[in-house]
Design a protein around this ligand. Structure first.
Ligand code: NZQ
Ligand code: ZN
Length: 386
């Protein structure tokens, strides 16, 4: 096992009816900015619950944060923070609203002129404006980690940011919110969480027995609940397992002491930036190709995964590894997610070259768990995903 340090300060408040407890977590004198997305919270009753919980506070609101949170929209929210003397941010939404709020948390205290520099120059956020979240869509894990991904449509960029100052102070996880989520977003949540675990597991063995088994248990739980949650979003028992899996998949725990990959996410963000394909679906497009291309360096973990997660007992390590890849692609198909780029856009010629160039321009010339994948490899992997 590798050396590691682990600190996750986010307080999780999990369960039915817990939104009502929010006032215990926010300073009484806080000037709150409530941030939300396209309005789903007004239809499903979450907005009303939040307003009731915060009836004794001064609250400003900012709605309209789109999926793949957009810099130009967030700049407007930043003006509200400055002109209304906001001191506490409250994100009510999925990964996009939470990530947008993280950007604002950082930008609100940023001393430089143009807050885009936080993303462009990869400036880590040591201290941000405090914020809490009410998660409405299990998927990204953003509710319990310190990372965010922000889009700039003008330049077709989608860049990451983070830092120890960007953990939510608290996150409320009420599984009842799952009941109003459309099937497409449920499938996205399953695929995103599954791939988060893959990115931190499908590397090479380092004798981290516990991390491996925690990761495998998240895979197994997601596989077990997928058919039920897709059929019946209001099944509380399944929704609560779905929600906690998604949080556990990316709250930092399973990546401690092990190598991590993240190449699928790096390439995937470019597919969203170029074509607007849902984040989770970009991952499903690339996973099979990435693992097939890198089977030699990943085969031991692929074989272990095939055995322990999918119950594959027959065959050599190479054969089991190949079955592990096929099972993964099959899982995406089983939840209704297509896995070829050409099934999402007809305009894919040249995509691989473009993505390789974009990563190279940003200095990402040695990615993957071994730091050995070059732009030439990226071009081949993306081409295999056509
Ligand atoms: O905007 P509203 O009206 O709220 O509707 C949203 C949106 O249309 C809807 N929705 C959310 N909760 C709902 C609901 N509809 C009905 N009932 C509910 N309870 O779902 C749609 C998608 O929401 P969004 O927040 O965009 O989805 P997701 O949570 O998948 O977030 C995607 C973003 O997170 C980033 C992605 O790149 C993408 O930008 N990620 C963030 C990560 C992180 N911070 O750690 C890691 C991930 O790998 C990912 O990159
Ligand atoms: Zn993801």
């Amino acid at each position: 096992m590798k050396n590691f340090e682990f600190k996750n300060p986010t307080k999780i408040i999990f369960g039915e009816g817990q939104i009502s407890k929010m006032a215990n977590e926010i300073p009484k004198e806080a000037n709150i900015l409530l941030l939300y997305g396209g309005g789903s919270i007004k239809k499903n009753g979450i907005y009303a619950q939040v307003k009731t919980a915060l009836k004794d506070y001064t609250i400003e609101e900012f709605g309209g944060i789109p999926t793949n949170p957009e810099f130009a929209v967030l700049e407007k929210a930043l003006q509200v923070i400055k002109t209304k003397n906001i001191t506490f941010l409250l994100a009510v939404g999925g990964g996009s609203v939470i990530d947008g709020t993280k950007f604002l948390s950082s930008a609100a205290l940023y001393k430089g002129e143009d807050p885009w520099a936080i993303l462009q120059n990869k400036i880590p956020t040591q201290k941000g404006m405090p914020f809490g979240t009410v998660l409405t869509l299990p998927a990204t894990g953003s509710e319990m980690n310190s990372g965010a991904v922000i889009t700039r449509a003008e330049t077709k960029q989608k860049l990451t940011m983070g830092g120890p100052g960007l953990f939510p102070v608290f996150s409320i996880l009420d599984p009842n919110v799952v009941s109003s989520i459309p099937e497409r977003q449920i499938a996205n949540g399953l695929a995103d969480a599954f791939t988060h675990v893959l990115e931190q597991y499908m590397t090479y063995p380092v004798g981290a027995l516990l991390q491996d088994r925690i990761a495998e248990s998240i895979f197994q739980t997601l596989i077990e609940i997928a058919p039920t949650i897709l059929k019946d979003q209001s099944d509380y028992k399944t929704a609560s397992n779905f929600m906690w899996c998604c949080t556990m998949a990316l709250n930092g725990l399973i990546q401690k002491g092990v190598p991590t990959d993240w190449a699928i996410h790096m390439m995937g963000h470019e597919l969203t930036a170029l074509y607007g394909i849902d984040h989770a679906r970009t991952l499903a497009i690339l996973t099979g190709s990435h693992y097939t291309y890198n089977i030699e360096t990943k085969k031991e973990k692929l074989a272990q995964y095939a055995e322990r997660v999918w119950g594959v007992t027959e065959g050599t390590i190479d054969e089991k590894a190949a079955v592990g890849i096929a099972k993964t692609v099959g899982f995406f198909h089983s939840i209704g997610i297509k896995t070829k780029l050409s099934e999402y856009t007809k305009d894919f010629n040249g995509t691989a070259t473009e993505i390789a160039k974009r990563l190279k321009d940003r200095g990402m010339t040695a990615i993957g768990e071994h730091g050995k994948l070059t732009p030439v490899d990226v071009e081949k992997i993306v081409t295999m995903a056509y």
